[in-house]
Design a protein around this ligand. Structure first.
Ligand code: NAD
Length: 470
């Protein structure tokens, strides 16, 4: 049995009930997770609030040193983390799972090096005007199931570095690695600085409305983001919302297909398509459409989809039954609307939530597989002849997380990329992120940004200090 308690005030807390955690490779339960109730949430918020005054004035160098120590502690148990992550999320243990744990360690260390700035706007004989940054208070983090450890790190580490205390609630699809992370971090942090609770949407709504919480950082779907915003209104909680994406890529007629095909493949199907900023709509000029599709299909057919504990596996299952059913529905809808499946297109036989890498052509805007975020291994490829039309199609979506343009003419591609209605525009690349570069969504893909000092600002209250010297 996996020992993954919730932690409140530095101590494991027993819960009255528990729920199953499902292995996506089999569809069967492999562990039980403690289920927190409203009393536990109240206790967690009270513990975070009690720990806040001392943590907020702890020198940042000390807080940063604790983040480094947490990175060391994760590193010391990285194989255990990767195995558990693979089991609950489905991603290949020695591929995506090990990569996510390695990335989480690196991201923790990079975050520890950030420092909030003090802006001096004026400094003369008459006056001095400074803009300072102070912690916001108690931050609640609500995370999804696609990168449970990495996204927890993205939320928790900048919040702690900037002097806030935290209560985190993972997705009930993938709660165990987050509970382990909080347990490991609590061997280093003062009690109450980082607390965990569990539960589903009901717990999420309680968190959103809780008067003792000052800010919510949320990564998940757009409808849930809207619900959080509504529930958070009573005490004007600060919000960072990293929501859904349906990223378009535009491949221009001069693109070097031999060079870019494998990159486009990786950016579309990584984590079996379950990445917020995956390349989800591929608009390809008629001149290179067939050649690019042929190469992508070759790679998709050669790829090994299988259980995360098989060392040969490159792509794991979908994380849950709901997502498998959703992707299946999108494929059926595409088929009914004239879509041609160049490969894949029906769920794989046997247990588990497996779906093959799928490429569908002869579809366009107005078809569900193009208009809706698939969040799975199914890529629609849309043929175009007019670049302005392709840009209009790319922008004709409520999401605006990322987008990309591919061409050997970098100047032309950049000019076009800057006309995408998206939080990030890539040229000859897609979905690459780094800890010092801001990342966030335009339109319905979110509010605010994460990473770097831009991201740190979201955990801090600006205070203008005006000193009159006369
Ligand atoms: P989800 O919105 O269903 O759930 C996310 C979290 O919210 C879970 O912890 C869930 O328990 C909780 N929750 C559910 N209802 C709630 C409510 N009413 N109030 C508060 N919390 C509630 O999302 P998911 O299915 O876990 O994740 C997939 C989605 O996340 C996709 O749309 C994907 O694009 C998005 N995502 C975005 C980013 C980004 O950075 N923009 C990154 C990863 C995933």
């Amino acid at each position: 049995m996996i020992d993954a308690p919730i932690i409140i005030g530095g101590r494991p807390v027993a819960c009255k009930s528990s729920f199953d955690v499902i292995d996506p490779a089999t569809g069967a339960a492999f562990a039980r997770c403690p289920s927190a109730d409203e009393d536990a949430l109240n206790d967690a918020v009270a513990a975070a609030r009690a720990a806040l005054p001392a943590w907020a004035v702890t020198p940042i160098e000390q807080r940063a040193a604790m983040l480094e120590a947490i990175a060391d502690a994760i590193d010391a148990r990285k194989d255990e983390f990767a195995a558990l992550l693979s089991r609950e999320q489905g991603k290949p243990r020695h591929g995506g799972a090990a990569g996510e744990i390695g990335g989480s360690i690196a991201w923790t260390r990079a975050t520890a090096k950030l420092r909030p700035e003090i802006d001096v706007l004026k400094d003369d004989g008459a006056s001095r005007v400074e803009v300072r940054r102070k912690p916001l208070g108690v931050v609640a983090s609500i995370t999804p199931w696609n990168f449970p450890v990495m996204i927890a790190v993205w939320h928790v580490m900048p919040a702690l570095l900037s002097g806030n205390t935290v209560v985190i609630k993972p997705s009930s699809n993938t709660p165990l690695t987050t509970l382990l992370l909080v347990q490991v971090a609590n061997a280093i942090l003062p009690p109450g600085v980082l607390n965990s609770v569990t539960g589903e949407g009901g717990m999420g709504r309680l968190i959103s409305a809780h008067p003792g919480i000052d800010k919510i950082v949320f990564t998940g779907s757009t409808p849930t983001g809207r619900s959080i915003m509504e529930n958070a209104a009573a005490n004007l909680k600060r919000l960072t919302l990293e929501l859904g994406g349906n990223d378009a890529a535009i491949v221009l007629p001069d693109a070097d297909i031999d060079k870019i095909a494998s990159r486009i493949f990786a950016k579309s199907f990584g984590n079996s398509g379950q990445i917020c900023a995956a390349l989800k709509r591929l608009y390809v000029h008629d001149d290179v459409h067939d050649a690019l599709v042929e190469r992508l299909v070759g790679m998709a057919q050669a790829a090994k989809v299988g259980p995360g504990d098989d060392p040969e596996t490159q792509f794991g299952p979908l994380q849950n039954r709901t997502q498998l059913d959703f992707v299946t529905q999108l494929a059926e809808d595409a088929r009914a609307n004239g879509g041609i499946f160049a490969c894949g297109g029906t769920p794989m036989e046997g247990g588990g939530f497996f779906y093959p890498l799928t490429i569908v052509t002869n579809v366009g805007n107005g078809t569900r597989v193009v208009d809706e975020e698939q969040f799975g291994p199914i890529l629609p490829v849309i043929r175009f002849t007019d670049v302005e039309q392709a840009l209009a199609w790319a922008n004709d979506n409520e999401n605006g997380l990322g987008g990309s343009v591919w061409s050997v003419d970098v100047e032309r591609a950049t000019a076009l990329a800057m006309r995408l209605e998206s939080g990030t525009a890539w040229v000859n690349d897609h979905s690459t992120i780094s800890p010092d570069v801001p990342f966030g969504g335009a339109k319905q893909s979110g509010l605010g940004v994460e990473f770097g000092t831009y991201g740190l600002d979201e955990y801090m209250q600006l205070q203008t200090v005006r000193i009159n010297r006369e």
